[in-house]
Design a protein around this ligand. Structure first.
Ligand SMILES: [Zn+2]
Length: 481
């Protein structure tokens, strides 16, 4: 049955590659991936999926379903880009469009590998006359607003028995580590303006409130768990020094390994914000932007995808591709590569020091490790057994979210990553449909890891996807003022 799916992917290789390249060209930012989502939705419809575009209050979110009966296998695809890192497919820094966005996380590949995998599963189901559903989730704004969290809140994942997705990386593997839960929150302070020299006593500075809040939080750092991370920017701090600012705003990310470790830290930060408002006689408005859960890993699914990767065989590279990668590698200091490999705790990392494109398929090694970043895959993983596996696309040691990654995401190295990942999704999905015991094991593992904890959306009831905020950034990234 896997052969049917893999053949479909081979036969449609060019179409999948063209779609990935087209989305790479569009390079649209989160919540406004209009052309990218339409392209994927149309392709799914062509193959008979029941396609809903514009779910969970997001015009670019997709849920597409094919099949009948059970089980239901979910497949995810992302397609948002990152601002300001546009690059041509060249091994040096040269924007394709000055100041524009670029696919510095390879989500052009992510979206299409998921879609391709889902369509391949659909043909295998049909030709074998098997019961089972495949659902494709097109999930917007992974990079900034956590589209999946809104989709989970709307119950779109409720019937999914297991969920698969791929993420381009610099290795072929599947993580069994976790990552951080996070809250993204904006603190708006409203004061009273006045002449800063002649009548400062009449003013109430909103900037003072922002600064006092930051000082409070910086003292708080000593009294939170060691693994928590708190970072902020001041988005607006006033106009010029001789005007007392009547408005100022900061934007915080607060992270901790588990949601129930994050929540009490967040409560204390709210108190500090209120304290800053009291001290300065300003008004405080808290705007919750996004909240994500930590990932619950799943060893059963990790081993399943790795077995499928081995059955398919990892891509190898031509001399031209190796030379391209070597030139990119020259832009990355060797020490940075060593630091990254160590931080990731890659087993026998020394043997990869002179490797640019990893062709090994690595067993999962990071049980119990917590990556510092966060992802909305976490929220899905609390609700259904979930795996996001990785395939080689980036040069080992090169940074994520970088011009290097943008360039590689549009190259033939990415095309190989895409086809390999789509086949892995199809193979793993089909095994889950055919092997009831395996699916049961994945579900039992999730239950075991949750230890009785249940998911409660981190979003306040009135929190909606911030389409307007996102629109400003999206227009800027496309060169519109
Ligand atoms: Zn990403």
């Amino acid at each position: 049955m896997k052969d049917i799916a893999w053949n479909w992917i081979d036969e449609n290789r060019e179409m999948l590659i063209e779609m990935s390249d087209e989305i790479w060209e569009y390079a649209e930012l989160g919540l406004w991936e209009t052309k990218s989502s339409r392209l994927i939705a149309q392709e799914l419809a062509k193959h008979g999926f029941d396609v809903k575009l514009g779910v969970a209050d997001m015009p670019t979110a997709i849920v597409a379903t094919w099949g009948r009966g059970s089980p239901t296998i979910g497949v995810q695809g992302e397609y948002d880009a990152l601002p300001g890192i546009s690059n041509k497919v060249v091994p040096w820094k040269e924007p394709l469009r000055e100041g524009a966005a670029g696919h510095g996380c390879g989500h052009n590949v992510h979206g299409v590998s998921g879609m391709g995998g889902a369509i391949a599963i659909r043909y295998a189901l049909e030709m074998e006359g098997k019961d089972g559903k495949v659902m494709f989730f097109g999930t917007p704004a992974e990079e900034n607003y956590g589209g999946k969290v809104f989709m989970v809140r709307d119950g779109l994942y409720d019937d999914v028995d297991a969920c698969l997705s791929h993420h381009p990386s610099s290795m072929n593997t599947a993580s069994i580590g976790s990552n951080n839960a996070v809250n993204g929150v904006k603190f708006h302070f409203y004061g009273k303006t006045s002449h800063a020299a002649s009548s400062p006593e009449q003013g109430r500075s909103a900037l003072d409130a922002v600064e006092l809040m930051n000082i409070g939080v910086n003292f708080l750092r000593e009294h939170v768990i060691e693994k928590a991370r708190i970072h902020y920017v001041i988005e607006t701090g006033g106009g010029q020094p001789n005007v007392v600012p009547d408005y100022a705003r900061s934007w915080y990310y607060i992270r901790a390994p588990e949601r129930d470790q994050l929540d009490p830290i967040y409560e204390r930060i709210l108190k500090i914000a209120e304290g800053a408002a009291i001290m300065t006689e300003t008004e405080l408005k808290v705007e919750f932007i996004d909240g994500l859960y930590n990932i619950i890993p799943n060893r059963t699914l990790a081993e399943l995808v790795i077995n499928n990767m081995r059955e398919i065989g990892a891509p190898t590279y031509t001399r031209e591709e190796e030379e391209f990668a070597a030139k990119i590698a020259e832009t990355v200091p060797r020490q940075q590569k060593i630091d990254n490999l160590r931080k990731e705790k890659v087993p026998n990392w020394e043997k990869y020091l002179d490797v640019n494109l990893v062709t090994d398929i690595l067993d999962p090694w990071n049980e119990g490790e917590v990556r510092a970043g966060s992802s909305d895959v976490g929220d899905v993983s609390w609700n259904t057994p979930t795996i996001e596996f990785r395939t080689t696309l980036n040069v080992l040691g090169a940074p994520g979210h970088s011009w290097q990654f943008v360039s590689l995401s549009g190259s033939s190295i990415a095309h190989k990553s895409l086809i390999f990942a789509a086949k892995t999704i199809a193979g793993a999905g089909i095994e889950l449909i055919n092997n009831t015991e395996l699916l049961k094991k994945a579900k039992e593992e999730l239950k075991e890891r949750l230890k009785g904890r249940t998911y409660k959306t981190p979003l306040p009831e009135d929190c909606r996807p911030p389409l307007d905020i996102a629109k400003v950034a999206a227009d800027k990234a496309q060169g519109k003022a």
